[in-house]
Design a binder for this molecule. Structure first.
Ligand code: FEO
Length: 402
């Protein structure tokens, strides 16, 4: 049965949620599932904006058929050619044989790679920055958004309604529950965290490209923002746009400390907790501590986007950084994390290596200041080590006061 909702003039949400999904992109945990938004504009011409993931495409087909009410589908705008949005293209073409496909040149190149047997040539409309598509009352104006989050991405702006169809930008992890709009839920308290985890991990590598798109979007008279995942926006745009300005410019939300530890038998964790308590005693608020062996790396990366000062505490393991911490640091470097103050706590029972390796790998990030002292522990925390932790707490507080 169809499940649709009209979201603005002539425009329907025809998407779906997948609550069985364990890992988005077979990589990121989705304990609250995942939503895939898809939209139809009903005008003199009918236009679907983006497809959907294979897991829920039957729901899209039912929704679409209901809204079309027997009319043909004239256009499919492919803002993004990643399979969580394009998997239904071959079936859509079979169901609506007159369908024209609208995408960037690179979008069509990738479409040919995913669907080499699909007859694209006879139905393709290539668009570039500033091109328009007339539907009747509605005109779609296209904005290129390379690397937000693939190179072929375009966004579509409906000049008539002021709706920006923003592709992956402004998305969230998590299924939707009827309340499609952010103003219908306690978004900041309940969903902002998953919007950050989504941004940091999916788009976070491409901050400069995201800032470029934000600058383009600022020139439009925005009335709605319709991303391909998560809640839709029709008011309070600053709640999401100001967060994006911070995340995309690698500006922390909190001037405080997030401590990440990798601990085999608990002694490195002990040092991390002692440091956290010393920071609290010195008046710092919002200090957090994470176990990098237990907390998923996507959450750790998300917290690194949130905090100004990051402490990495690791046991030495196989003459290297302990596994979960090693994965986390690699991911931070891959996501182009920058503009942070970091500190290091090393543990090792013999041939300690974690500190030097952390310093080397964290040094690959841009504009990273590594604080002294590096705390060095041999197996368990001693009174002398507590003095080192005091010195590090002083250095962190002094740095944050600057
Ligand atoms: Fe939601 Fe980059 O795909």
């Amino acid at each position: 049965m169809h499940n649709v909702r009209q979201i603005c003039e002539d425009t329907w949400w025809v998407g779906a949620s997948d609550r069985r999904l364990e890992l988005f992109e077979n990589n990121y945990p989705t304990p609250e599932g995942m939503s895939y938004n898809s939209f139809v504009i009903m005008d003199e011409k009918t236009c679907l904006l983006d497809g959907i993931d294979n897991a829920v495409r039957d729901q899209l087909f039912e929704n679409l058929a209901h809204v079309l009410g027997g009319r043909p589908l004239d256009y499919l705008v492919v803002d993004h050619m990643e399979p969580d949005h394009c998997a239904a293209i071959p079936d859509l073409v079979r169901r609506y044989p007159e369908l024209k496909l609208v995408a960037s040149m690179q979008g069509f190149r990738i479409m040919g790679q995913f669907y080499p047997d699909l007859d694209v040539e006879s139905r393709k409309i290539v668009v570039k920055e500033g091109d328009t598509l007339e539907l009747g009352r509605h005109t779609l104006r296209f904005i290129t958004a390379p690397m937000v989050h693939w190179p072929e991405v375009i966004m579509s702006f409906d000049v008539h309604t002021g709706a920006l169809f923003s592709a992956d930008a402004f998305g969230e992890f998590g299924a939707l529950g009827g309340n499609l709009f952010a103003d219908e839920v306690k978004w900041t308290r309940t969903y902002a965290r998953e919007a950050r985890r989504y941004y940091a991990n999916i788009v976070g590598k491409y901050g400069p490209q995201t800032l470029a798109v934000l600058a383009k979007a600022a020139k439009f008279d925005l009335k709605y923002i319709f991303p391909l995942h998560g809640h839709l926006w029709r008011q309070d745009f600053d709640r999401i746009l100001l967060r994006y300005q911070k995340w995309a410019s690698y500006t922390p939300e909190y001037d405080s400390v997030c401590i990440f530890y990798g601990s085999v038998y608990g002694h490195t964790a002990n040092a991390a907790d002692i440091l956290a308590a010393k920071l609290a005693e010195r008046g710092l608020k919002n200090v957090r501590v994470y176990d990098s062996s237990k907390t998923d790396v996507s959450e750790l990366v998300s917290r690194a986007f949130q905090y100004s000062t990051l402490v990495f505490a690791s046991s030495t393991y196989n003459l290297d950084i302990f596994d979960g911490m090693d994965h986390f640091v690699q991911d931070l470097v891959k996501h182009n994390m920058r503009n942070r103050t970091v500190a290091i706590i090393e543990n090792g029972s013999w041939s300690p290596q974690a500190g030097a390796l952390l310093k080397q790998r964290l040094g690959r990030m841009s504009n990273v200041q590594i604080l002294d002292p590096m705390v060095k522990i041999k197996s368990s925390v001693t009174e002398d080590d507590v003095e080192q932790l005091d010195a590090l707490a002083d250095a962190i507080v002094e740095d944050l006061a600057r």
